[in-house]
Design a protein around this ligand. Structure first.
Ligand code: EPZ
Length: 421
């Protein structure tokens, strides 16, 4: 398996182009199932999860053409021949459950493997199923598969989600777009990736309003045209580089990112002591002196994003005092803590709270990536640590970060990929 060798000690300096957001690209690719026409998606990131999504679409019979050198993906929706998302694909990428809404809307049936648990938590899909049932679908679970049918097609309804689940919001909005009549979906997720999905659906002729607010209204249409959309930038990737800049005492500009996606985390970076400069489509973080401890809790958007928790925790190892981080979205999202402590951090866990004592001088060691965002935090820790850090199991990283080592190299970071013997 591949591993990364990171040599620390050089402040990161320069600008980095932010890629399209993985968590927008995945639902948007699955949304192409809703149309029998050809869809074009641009600014798609080069990621393992995008490849897996292509395999799922291929398994459904859709023709996909990924010209990844220019980050463009074409999907021909006219050739749907299957309604099954197989176990061996779903288990590698739980976002495959997002085929449920589109398949039910287009064909009235779907067979999707239960995603199973994942490193950061059980991650059930009950909110998805109960919301889709309100539109007229019915489900049974057998042999590890979800079998969904909507014999009389989907009918619009008023639906209230028990929690603003990102995936459940995406599944229900995609299904409602082709349902008969109107739907009002309450307590939906407001993440920028939801906004991007709705923008993409609108290029197909979907009639949707309210995205980015807790209530989304959808008027179903009989059919949807092909999509023509460019993926929004990845706020989590941007946060990774901005935290890396401050942790290595450097200055980095993230290019192509909309600062409105990052209001809360940027406020926290300023409270920590980073000098943050915002322009229309870039954000710069500059180290200007001693960093301060802070307290934050992860929450649904517009609160502090759980996907940025590990990166900020890593930054806070170099802040003066004790920071407290409370994780409320996932039940097991502190697996990076023992790995950071191997690098010399002083982090303790009490329930869903991590206490980070600082400043601590990090020094290189062998560590193991445990999940996508945790592995990115180990890279920036290695860049700040004295000596060399080896990061194993970086297949987690490849799922969600495009050419990370090349991007860090452009900023002066020494990150080299090697093959584990
Ligand atoms: C999306 O996951 C993202 N993944 C996650 O990013 C992100 O951390 C998460 O949203 C929260 O922002 C993609 O977009 C592909 P949820 P999702 O439904 O949709 C519970 C990354 O690193 N829940 O908002 O699965 C769930 O267990 C990944 O890119 C139920 O109980 O998140 C969790 O505790 C990690 N039942 C909470 O809700 C359900 O039916 C939030 O989950 C659905 C969710």
């Amino acid at each position: 398996m591949d591993l990364l060798k990171v040599t620390g000690g050089t402040p990161l300096h320069g600008s980095v182009q932010i890629s399209g957001a993985k968590n927008a690209a995945l639902p948007i690719l699955f949304a192409t199932i809703l149309s029998k026409k050809k869809s074009i998606i641009r600014n798609a990131p080069l990621l393992a999860d995008i490849n897996t999504t292509q395999k799922v679409l291929d398994a459904l019979g859709l023709k996909t053409l990924f010209t990844l050198e220019n980050h463009q993906i074409e999907v021909d929706g006219s050739t749907l021949t299957s309604i099954e998302a197989p176990y061996d694909l779903v288990r590698t990428m739980r976002a495959s459950v997002l085929v449920l809404g589109p398949l039910l809307a287009r064909t009235g049936e779907a067979k999707v493997s239960l995603p199973g648990g994942c490193a950061i938590g059980a991650r059930p899909v009950d909110f998805h199923l109960s919301a889709l049932e309100k539109l007229g679908a019915s489900f049974k679970i057998e042999g590890g598969y979800i079998y969904g049918i909507a014999k009389n097609g989907l009918k619009g309804a008023i639906i209230s989600l028990p929690f603003p689940s990102v995936g459940a919001t995406e599944n229900i909005v995609m299904a409602a777009a082709l349902a008969e009549g109107s739907s009002e979906i309450q307590n939906v997720a407001c993440e920028p990736e939801i906004v991007d999905l709705v923008r993409a659906l609108r290029t197909m002729g979907a009639k949707i309003s309210g995205e980015g607010t807790p209530i989304i209204k959808v008027t179903g249409v009989p059919e949807l045209q092909g999509m023509n959309h460019s993926i929004a930038p990845d706020r989590v990737e941007a946060a990774t580089f901005l935290c890396g800049a401050l942790l290595t005492k450097g200055k980095v500009t993230a290019l192509g990112i909309d600062q409105s996606y990052m209001k809360y985390p940027l406020d926290v970076l300023e409270r920590i002591g980073g000098k943050i400069t915002r322009t229309e489509n870039s954000i710069t973080a500059e180290y200007v002196g001693e960093l301060n401890s802070v307290h934050f809790t992860t929450e649904p958007f517009p609160g502090f994003p759980t996907d940025m928790q590990a990166q900020f925790m890593t930054l806070l190892t170099s802040a003066k005092g004790t920071s407290t981080i409370t994780e409320t979205i996932f039940e097991n999202r502190f697996m990076h803590v023992p790995e950071l402590n191997r690098l010399g951090a002083k982090i303790s866990i009490k329930g869903n709270q991590a206490l980070v004592d600082g400043p601590t001088a990090l020094s290189g060691a062998i560590v193991m990536a445990t999940d996508l965002r945790a592995s990115a935090s180990l890279v920036i820790a290695g860049l700040a640590a004295k000596g060399e850090t080896t990061i194993r199991r970086i297949y987690h990283l490849d799922r969600g970060y495009e050419q990370l080592e090349q991007k860090f190299a452009l900023l002066g970071g020494n990150v080299v990929r090697e093959f584990e013997k």
